[in-house]
Design a binder for this molecule. Structure first.
Ligand SMILES: Cc1cc2nc3c(=O)[nH]c(=O)nc-3n(C[C@H](O)[C@H](O)[C@H](O)COP(=O)(O)OP(=O)(O)OC[C@H]3O[C@@H](n4cnc5c(N)ncnc54)[C@H](O)[C@@H]3O)c2cc1C
Length: 531
């Protein structure tokens, strides 16, 4: 395996997907996860008799997972059972009305007709418009490493560039959605999709209206047994393909000689590697693992001794200066990236059943604009948050006792900023949520048997995510798609990135695609050097 050693940082889905592909391509792969368990933001907790997914709860674009299984030579259906959701989500609006959203076209049109008959036609037009955005952008923005000039310069992508206006980049999500729908409840419903990559519908470009097409055109899914089964299945594939997985193994720095990476330092020990695939949040990685005083490992071979002697030459001093400037530039660049939404999660094991709720539910705030202004502009917990509730025991009875339910409750929250007091906020938000639920007829305060709470501070600590962001980088500007960090480092040779903070962004399918892009680039780079 000469020159084919890859050190992978983190056991999130992006890194794990990349690791499996690299192992399948013949690389020798070691993966280091700082936590006792892999999975990152897709994780699982058991509290007494209740089981919870602690992060992602909805799966879209399941074909991305199928393709990874195929690539590695396995059959997905031998490992995982994808369950189409119908309804995908039950919506509760501020005026007391309800709606079940479905990927079944007829059901969805009927549900919209019951809510707002005039908007059925609007929905049909909206879905066509969203599909057109998908057709024009999916290949280029989701499946291609757009920062690689050679990959971008393909005639098939030119039509997107020439039809830029059709991907609606100049309006915000909210402006565009409002042009289609007359009923404010439907505007709120379709605005919500900007939050799927942690963005603000009142700032993010309307190109994100691709997301409703992905959900309604291609479907929303649950994984039988819980979303964490995906991590277990990928772990099995990785081990089968020879990936060595180390948990409780924190990478402290990325080692380099000159401008080339040559390993990682894990729990105080140096691990040599020819390539590093970083699946940890790239902004944090740049600050804490890369742009630090980064000592190269002690020389072992004659070649390395020769390199170290060279390190004292005038030329290399000049090079170091240039690299120092590169570091400064990179520091400024990563600091400009606005983190995505964070969240507050309540895991509640309830003694009691609530048949009025579906598997996935949204209870909307009364004023979405204020909610997002408080989150993104004032960077504080909203007074009236939208409440998302996922209950896997609706699909998997074993996840709660027979007379109970396992509620995963998620609120949109700001990323970490000075002046926030999360200890206080979690008490305040708990009261706000319980009161709102009581108004709707879900008087659960006395039913809570077990509880666990996660604040943005917990997300930052648990997963080393940039300021507690849960999707990586937000898409709150027209240019974010291009400003997102690339899958290949421009600063250090041999360093590649996967995960929500880099291209193409957050969410299960996209981070898995980032792992594919990084692995493909490593393999191509390796091949071109061999030739
Ligand atoms: C509450 C919540 C709800 C969500 N809901 C959905 C949803 O419904 N659908 C959806 O598609 N997506 C959802 N997401 C987003 C999705 O879960 C993430 O985008 C995705 O899982 C992130 O994967 P990643 O590859 O970026 O790695 P991460 O999950 O960020 O994992 C990175 C890993 O690297 C480890 N690490 C960091 N630094 C180091 C180091 N120095 N050394 C070793 N290890 C390190 C961390 O411990 C972590 O395990 C949700 C996320 C959250 C938190």
């Amino acid at each position: 395996m000469e020159n084919k050693r890859v050190a992978v940082i983190g056991g999130g889905l992006g890194a794990l997907s990349g690791a499996i592909r690299l192992a399948q391509l013949g690389f020798s792969v070691q993966l280091f996860e700082k936590n006792p368990k892999i999975g990152g933001k897709v994780n699982e907790v058991v509290l007494e008799n209740y089981r919870f997914d602690t992060g992602a709860s909805l799966l879209t674009m399941p074909f991305v997972i199928d393709e990874l299984f195929d690539f590695a030579g396995f059959k997905r259906s031998d490992y995982l059972d994808f369950v189409p959701l119908d309804p995908i989500c039950r919506y509760f609006f501020p005026d007391g009305s309800m709606m079940d959203a479905s990927a079944d076209k007829r059901k969805m049109e009927t549900a919209i007709a019951e809510l707002s008959p005039n908007d059925v036609k609007a929905y049909k037009r909206f879905l066509k418009y969203a599909e057109r955005i998908h057709d024009l952008t999916a290949e280029i923005f989701m499946f291609t490493p757009i920062h690689e000039f050679s990959k971008l310069m393909q005639p098939r992508y030119f039509r997107t560039l020439f039809r830029l206006h059709q991907i609606d980049p100049f309006r915000t999500v909210h402006q565009s959605v409002s042009r289609f729908f007359s009923d404010p409840r439907l505007v709120q419903l379709f605005d919500r999709y900007a939050t799927y990559n942690g963005s603000d519908p009142f700032q993010a470009p309307a190109t994100l209206n691709i997301i409703p097409y992905i959900e309604y055109g291609l479907g929303g899914y649950y994984i039988k047994g819980g979303i964490y089964r995906l991590v277990e299945a990928l772990e099995a594939l990785a081990r089968e393909r020879g990936v060595q997985i180390y948990t409780a193994a924190e990478v402290e720095r990325i080692c380099r000689v000159g401008k080339r990476v040559n390993g990682v330092q894990v729990n105080g020990e140096t691990v040599d590697a020819d390539y590093v695939l970083c699946g940890a949040d790239a902004v944090v990685a740049y600050h804490e693992l890369i742009l630090t005083k980064n000592a190269a490992p002690k020389p072992r071979t004659r070649f390395q001794i020769f390199r170290n002697v060279r390190a004292f030459s005038v030329l290399s001093m000049l090079k170091a200066r240039v690299l120092g400037q590169g570091h400064q530039h990179q520091r400024e660049k990563v600091n400009q990236l606005e983190p995505s939404l964070s969240g507050m999660v309540f895991l509640w094991g309830l003694k009691g059943k609530h048949p009025k709720l579906a598997h996935h539910n949204i209870i909307f705030s009364s004023d979405y604009n204020t909610e997002f202004r408080q989150i993104f502009k004032h960077q504080r917990a909203p007074d009236d948050p939208t409440i998302y509730i996922a209950i896997t025991s609706k699909a998997d009875a074993a996840h709660a006792p027979v007379d109970g339910e396992n509620w995963f409750v998620l609120l949109n929250m700001p990323y970490l900023a000075p002046g926030q007091m999360w200890k206080k906020e979690k008490v305040r938000m708990r009261t706000v949520v319980l009161n709102r639920l009581k108004q709707l007829g879900f008087d659960i305060a006395d039913q809570i048997e077990v509880e666990q709470v996660y604040t943005p501070e917990d997300f930052a600590k648990l997963y080393a995510s940039n300021r507690g962001s849960i999707y990586g980088v937000s898409s709150n500007s027209k240019t974010t798609a291009f400003k997102r960090l690339p899958n290949r480092s421009r600063l250090l040779k041999g360093l590649y990135f996967a995960g929500g903070s880099v291209h193409p962004g957050g969410g299960i399918p996209l981070v898995m695609l980032s792992g594919k892009m990084a692995a493909t680039l490593i393999a191509e780079n390796h091949k071109s050097k061999d030739l």
